[in-house]
Design a binder for this molecule. Structure first.
Ligand code: IPM
Ligand code: MN
Length: 354
């Protein structure tokens, strides 16, 4: 049986993960989707209690026995340095070499699209964010800290292998899913060394995919075009930092952070554990209010079901989520008045019991 490690994490993480698990329980009872769950007590509480962040035994066990990790959110004001979150999150993204952070940006209802004159059909693309290098590699240092002469450096790591494999993954995804357009975004006009590599590799790889229209925009222009006319995009590939930024912009286009899901995976090793995370953070101001939007997590569950081979359950769940949003059965962030739990009830209520 496939095993899923569950890390509710910090802030609203436990609240939204509880809803995701209720959805999984429904599919287990009604559709025979059998998954073994492994609850992990990791996050800020645990770190503050005994200093544990991401133990090696847990790491090894996830890698050797799990098909998926479901992560709620990480971030807690009591850990301002973000140490626990870095160990856990980057420990999986980088430690498991899950180099593709795949973030679908799909509006589920016309009413969620904030752009004048635009609807759901205009917002439907996927971002392939490089997930193992760039400025996230953590190479750098500080000199003369706290003095007027201090220096702070974060190196931007771009390897031939890292750039090539994420660009290739984007093209391969486009071919596999019948998309016609791939756009690569960098800042090669300013970052002449690192991003010239992106340019060169992009032009090399595109030749292998002649049926796919390959286009480039600098990241600043991409941000503008995403707001001006998001319908031009199907697959966007970019580096770690730009992918982080542009997917928050994407989340806004699809209805906000409450509805954005993601999966980190290694396309060269499809059997390797995949990491599913809502794109939103731990939202400390919402904790305990019952107002956290569970949709991002429910969409993660749909992605998880799909990636783990339960395709029809995945599309059933997605259709139900869409129906609920159309019917305005939502939390306050989407203009509704339902609680976190009531939104899940509404979604599950749209599914047909066996
Ligand atoms: C995300 C988050 C993380 C990131 C933070 C929490 C380090 O913003 O998943 O988008 O920058 O990758
Ligand atoms: Mn982010």
């Amino acid at each position: 049986m496939k095993k899923v490690a569950v890390i509710p994490g910090d802030g609203i993480g436990p609240e939204v993960i509880a809803e995701g698990l209720r959805a999984l329980a429904w599919f287990r009872a009604q559709r025979g989707v059998e998954l073994e769950l492994w609850q992990l007590d990791l996050g800020a509480e645990r770190y503050l209690r005994d200093g544990t962040t991401f133990p090696n035994e847990v790491r090894d066990e996830i890698l050797s026995s799990c098909s998926a990790v479901l992560l709620g959110a990480l971030g807690d004001a009591r850990v301002p340095g973000f140490e626990h979150a870095r160990d856990i999150l980057f420990g999986m993204r980088m430690g498991f070499d899950l180099y593709a952070n795949v973030r679908p940006v799909r509006a589920l209802s016309d009413g969620l699209v904030p752009l004048r004159g635009r609807g759901a059909r205009d917002v439907d693309f996927v971002v392939f964010r490089e997930n193992t290098e760039g400025v996230y590699a953590g190479i750098g240092g500080q000199l003369r800290r706290g003095t007027p002469d201090e220096i702070a450096i974060n190196e931007d790591i771009n390897t031939r292998k890292g750039v090539e494999r994420i660009i290739r993954a984007a093209f391969a995804y486009a071919r596999r899913t019948g998309q016609r357009r791939v756009l690569m975004s960098d800042k090669s006009n300013a970052m002449r060394h690192a991003h010239e590599l992106w340019q060169r590799v992009f032009h090399e790889v595109r030749v292998e995919y002649p049926e796919i229209e390959a286009r480039h925009l600098y990241i600043d222009a991409l941000c503008m075009e995403l707001v001006r006319d998001p319908s031009q995009f199907q697959v966007i590939v970019t580096n770690n930092l730009f992918g982080d930024i542009v997917t928050d912009l994407g989340a806004a286009l699809q209805g906000g952070m409450g509805v954005a899901a993601s999966v980190s995976l290694n396309p060269d090793h499809p059997e390797r554990v995949k990491l599913f995370e809502p794109v939103h953070g731990s939202a400390p101001s919402l904790v305990g209010l019952g107002q956290a939007n569970p949709v991002a997590t429910l969409l993660c569950i749909a992605l998880l079901l799909q990636e783990l081979g339960f395709e029809s359950a995945a599309s059933e769940l997605e259709v139900a989520i869409r129906g609920s949003i159309e019917a305005r059965e939502t939390t306050p962030d989407l203009g509704g008045s339902l609680s976190t739990r009531a939104v899940t009830d509404a979604v599950l209520g749209r599914l047909t019991p066996a």
